[in-house]
Ligand binder design. Structure first.
Ligand SMILES: *Cc1c(COP(=O)(O)O)cnc(C)c1O
Length: 211
């Protein structure tokens, strides 16, 4: 890992765009190095892996943990207990369960709903029309703070195709009056900024290649 990568990218992005440093596959010491450069938001996609690092880093009170991986229903309680943000809520049933458990645990996680904007079979998410249909019901759920939408673009798209999909996500978030869009990874972050991302999820660009 080369910590100058982080500072370089930090300097390139507008101030209103947040960086989520995606630390999956990297160790707590590496998180600590990036945190010492002023980064406090870290994203993980597997509960167990994340939890081990959270235990090691439990004295770093400034760290805010974001869950960005596929959510297994039987891990929801642990995710609610240990993460401030959840970016990857991909169905109404899981959202309801998060709400119920958050009430029991007296938590109030910040939530981004994952939307499926292309027909990539490897990616889940809300169908946009269904999201709009369910919106009133979604808004009534307790103990969740809906702040935005999240999307993952398929690999191998042109710059224009990436931009167009991100723009769809931005327009949908705007129509629902949600401020945040969690979109853009190491390969498509520039298009995501142009389209109105507020959270770039950057792993390899900051930490290097995952082995
Ligand atoms: C791994 C991962 C990222 C970061 O990917 P990079 O290409 O390394 O930047 C972003 N979002 C999600 C959901 C991921 O699983």
């Amino acid at each position: 890992m080369n910590s100058s990568n982080y500072l370089e990218i930090k300097n390139k992005i507008p101030l209103n765009v947040n960086i989520l440093a995606v630390s999956k596959g990297f160790k707590s010491q590496e998180i600590k190095i990036i945190q010492n450069l002023g980064q406090n938001d870290f994203g993980e996609s597997k509960f167990q892996e994340a939890f081990e690092k959270q235990l090691i880093l439990k004295d770093c009170n400034q760290i805010k943990w974001h869950f960005i991986g596929r959510i297994q229903s039987n891990k929801i309680r642990k995710i609610v207990q240990n993460f401030k943000y959840i970016h990857s809520v991909d169905s109404f049933e899981k959202l309801q369960k998060i709400s119920n458990i958050s009430c029991q645990e007296m938590k109030n996680p910040l939530i981004m709903l994952q939307v499926k904007l292309s027909d990539d079979p490897t990616k889940g998410g809300f169908n946009p029309e269904l999201l709009i249909l369910k919106w009133r019901e979604i808004k009534e759920l307790k103990n969740i703070r809906l702040t935005g939408l999240m999307t993952i673009n398929p690999k191998g798209l042109s710059s224009k195709e990436n931009y167009d999909l991100f723009k769809k996500c931005r327009s949908l978030a705007d129509s629902l009056q949600l401020p945040d869009c969690s979109m853009g990874m190491s390969g498509d972050w520039e298009e995501a900024i142009d389209a109105g991302s507020t959270w770039l999820r950057l792993g390899s660009l900051i930490f290097g290649d995952r082995s």
